[in-house]
Design a protein around this ligand. Structure first.
Ligand code: 26V
Length: 822
């Protein structure tokens, strides 16, 4: 078996021990007799950082000397999770660190548990960005992630009387050892004010923006250690502060106290992550956040470019590509135009060519309520010059491109216009992104097809070849090697140690799928992981669960389209069957949820409340003899996912077909062996292709059937009246059975599914879902067949390595070359 390339340095346990002690003394200023767990964690991080910084320096030197083309991944979210364990693994020193800490009387798992998650993201989109930068570093590509240094990441979720409450996330209350402040690279960001038309010496008309405010962006660099630590790239996150240079006037005018109010306003920009996932709120602060990090990042990119190429703009787009992670950074397009035209005196056409050659855009959702639109009036107040530029982009686009293709067709012009007309005019950020980019991609095959066919059909006709697909992926380092050490050891034993880079190597274990000895090893590991999870469940919720029961897991943000409510109805159906017949034939099952609801999403919060109330009732009902348990884990986050995923038997991926762009949890769960109970949606389709239909439980309508039913007119009452079990469980929600003394507390769920029209057709798919769950249950009873299916799932997920996603982006969009680092 081929061995993995060794890390670029070596470190034994003794060296690591000495280094930790040295840092405990000289970096932390404490000693081994009184050090807190936190101090041990920081000393361990500092010991690792000695190597990280050395590789970072070498990487930056290599990138500078080679002057290679680089990708700039612009994203309002990076959902990093914990960093220490990941860095130790990628440095190849995890075992050395564990042994060193053990020699020092410390348990590495306790030490790692000290670290709060870096939760600067909501869900799929932010975690994808984190996986991508891991893969880019691993593959030795020059890449920088650019984002926002939120003081508070996604809220901490607590349950009070079964309801979600939100508490502030404090990920860096006492500082973080994983970031480096770079005051030498601060940027100034103008906002508000007005635009003046002036004429230069030669009589050319110029636009001059007189901003009303200027805020300062301070960069914090998080080193991103590639697997094997050849390359260490950076994630650069911008923190906002009041500008010392530009706001002197208030101060000098005697406004010593008033200036503090200005400081607070400026600091508010990077204060908190917006907790909405898939709903656009249109808040001024959110637009300022977006502009703030894009403006800082572009100036940073241009500063680096100019250092090598001075005022020669002809190579800008061959040296740089900017990937827009959804439309959140789309304002970077008019900002680059402004910098080139207003500040660097390029003519419009040259500037526009550079822009269009530099930006590419990834779409992550088709949900209409998630497509960003800004009121023209708001845009004009915050970014008056950018609005002018957008109007000019739009005018030229409509006249020079749309009119040429469809002469005199005002209907198409209205559809393609970046400005939406109506009671209040709006800037459509998706349109701006398509017009200003050279490539647009969706995130799974079916999603990319729907982007072309349903979202942007005219754009697809106008720009042949612009639309493409890159199926998402996940990093196997975090989502198998680090989170599932038992299974990782078994896989390494069988296929060698190179699989964390080349996940296709796991195909080799398919040959053991029917080998009873291997099945036993594999299933013993799954059971051990479930035993650990059962202990965590007990600790976090007080609920006792049987580790031999089916662990049936739905972990993702709470949203109607993801249909946690359909899972809820199925739980009620199982419960009811057990009450009617205590001998009802089913394997014991633990249904586990992890999910946060957007704070303003009433129905999502009602669903959490209902699940908690149902859990209380079901878990304490002796009549069903523990055959069904329901667990809702509080404060779901990356760290909880890392514990749950290795323990999963069933992976619930039950969105209405056409609505989940890709999903990435589906990939993580399948890689760790879980069987997907899923619709033909997003990447589920590709997972089924890879694993084989016989190793997944597919149910429900496909996209065509959904669209046909929508066209024909969907009536949820039909299903209510024709399916007695469905009717019974829905009616149950109107009683006080789960909320004693308070009938009606769960009625909103029933109402949304009947009077509300059931927009995501949970009732239409219910019977098929229930059948699929029954099928999963009977497959679980066949121990050998079940083990086989799990093994095949692990063996066939190679495609979903985010390294493969990166190679797809590189080949089809970014055109990067690898830069080896000595
Ligand atoms: C929208 C908004 C609107 C304004 C407030 C903040 C905010 C934050 C996020 C979003 C859009 C989120 C879109 C998203 O996360 N899509 C998910 O992307 C995953 C990665 O491609 C994909 O796997 C999921 O299927 C898709 O739902």
């Amino acid at each position: 078996k081929k061995a993995a390339p060794a890390a670029s340095f070596s470190l034994n346990t003794t060296d690591f021990k000495e280094s930790i002690l040295k840092h405990l003394h000289s970096t932390l200023g404490t000693d081994e007799n009184k050090a807190s767990n936190r101090a041990w964690a920081e000393a361990t991080a500092a010991a690792a950082n000695d190597f990280v910084y050395e590789r970072l320096r070498q990487t930056q030197k290599a990138h500078f000397e080679a002057d290679t083309r680089a990708v700039h991944y612009l994203s309002a979210e990076f959902l990093m999770g914990r960093l220490l364990s990941n860095n130790l693994h990628n440095l190849g020193v995890f075992d050395a660190a564990a042994d060193a800490l053990k020699d020092l009387g410390q348990d590495i798992s306790v030490i790692l548990d000290e670290e709060p998650d870096m939760a600067l993201g909501n869900g799929g989109l932010g975690r994808l960005a984190a996986c991508f930068i891991d893969s880019l570093a691993t593959l030795n590509y020059p890449a920088i992630g650019y984002g926002i240094h939120y003081e508070h990441g996604l809220f901490r979720q607590e349950f009070r009387d079964n309801r979600q409450i939100e508490r502030p996330d404090e990920w860096r209350e006492y500082g973080s050892p994983f970031e480096i402040c770079r005051p030498e690279s601060v940027q100034q960001v103008p906002l508000f004010g007005y635009v003046e038309t002036v004429f230069d010496e030669t009589g050319n008309m110029k636009k001059k923006w007189h901003p009303g405010r200027v805020i300062k962006g301070i960069p914090w660099d998080v080193p991103i250690v590639g697997y094997g630590a050849e390359t260490v790239n950076i994630l650069r996150l911008w923190e906002s502060r009041a500008s010392d240079f530009f706001n002197w006037d208030v101060f000098n005018a005697g406004g010593y106290i008033d200036s503090q109010a200005e400081n607070a306003e400026a600091e508010a920009v990077s204060k908190v992550l917006y907790p909405n996932d898939e709903t656009e709120a249109g808040k001024q602060l959110r637009l300022i956040q977006q502009y703030f990090f894009c403006a800082c990042s572009l100036k940073d990119i241009i500063r680096r470019y100019s250092r090598a190429h001075g005022n020669d703009w002809s190579k800008f787009s061959t040296q740089n590509v900017m990937q827009l992670n959804d439309t959140h950074p789309a304002v970077a397009i008019p900002e680059l135009m402004r910098l080139l035209v207003d500040e660097h005196d390029l003519n419009w056409d040259d500037a526009w060519t550079i822009c269009r050659e530099s930006f590419a855009y990834t779409n992550h959702t088709l949900l209409p309520e998630a497509l960003e639109k800004w009121d023209v009036s708001l845009f004009e107040r915050v970014l008056p010059r950018h609005l002018e530029i957008i109007y000019e982009i739009n005018r030229r686009f409509l006249e020079d491109e749309v009119e040429v293709k469809w002469p005199g067709n005002d209907e198409i012009k209205a559809k393609l216009s970046i400005i939406e007309e109506g009671d209040s005019r709006k800037v459509r950020m998706g349109h701006l992104s398509v017009v200003g980019s050279f490539k647009v991609n969706g995130v799974a095959q079916i999603h990319s097809e729907l982007v072309k066919k349903d979202l942007f059909p005219e754009y697809d006709a106008l720009f042949p070849g612009k639309f493409t697909n890159v199926t998402n992926g996940i990093t196997p380092r975090r989502w198998l090697k680090a989170c599932n050490p038992r299974l990782s050891a078994l896989l390494t034993e069988k296929v060698g140690e190179n699989w964390p880079r080349d996940l296709e190597l796991l195909r080799d274990i398919a040959k053991y799928a029917d080998d009873p000895a291997f099945q036993k090893e594999y299933m013993d590991i799954k059971l051990a992981n479930k035993v650990d999870m059962a202990a965590t469940i007990l600790e976090l919720t007080g609920v006792e669960v049987d580790p031999t029961a089916i662990f049936d897991i739905q972990i993702k943000r709470l949203h109607e389209y993801k249909r946690q409510q359909m899972n809820l109805l199925h739980i009620l159906a199982l419960y009811r069957r057990l009450l009617e017949n205590p001998d009802y034939d089913m394997n014991p099952r633990v249904v586990i949820f992890g999910s946060k609801a957007a704070p303003g999403y009433k129905l999502a919060k009602d669903i959490i409340y209902a699940l908690n109330c149902i859990a209380e009732k079901v878990n304490s009902d002796a009549r069903i003899k523990g055959k069904l348990k329901v667990v809702f884990l509080p404060n779901y986050r990356v760290t909880i996912a890392e514990k749950l995923i290795p323990a999963a038997d069933l992976s619930q991926q039950i969105s209405l077909a056409g609505y989940e762009a890709s999903g990435t949890g589906n990939m993580k769960l399948a890689l760790n062996g879980a069987l997907t109970v899923g619709t033909l949606d997003g990447a589920n389709i590709e997972i089924a292709e890879e694993a084989g239909e016989e190793n997944v439980c597919i149910f429900g309508m496909n996209v065509d059937e959904v669209q046909a039913l929508q066209a024909q007119g969907y009536n949820p009452w039909d299903y209510y009246y024709s399916n007695p079990e469905l009717k019974a469980v829905l009616d149950w929600l109107d009683t006080d059975y789960f909320t004693p003394g308070k009938p009606g507390e769960l009625s909103s769920i029933k109402r949304s599914l009947l009077d509300g029209g059931d927009p995501y057709m949970a009732l239409a798919d219910f019977q098929s879902y229930s059948d699929a769950q029954k099928d999963a249950d009977s497959r679980y009873s066949d121990k050998a067949g079940w083990a086989r299916a799990m093994i095949i799932n692990t063996a066939t997920m190679g495609k979903f390595n985010s390294d493969r996603s990166m190679e797809d982006y590189v080949r089809d969009i970014w055109k990067l070359t690898k830069c080896p680092v000595k």
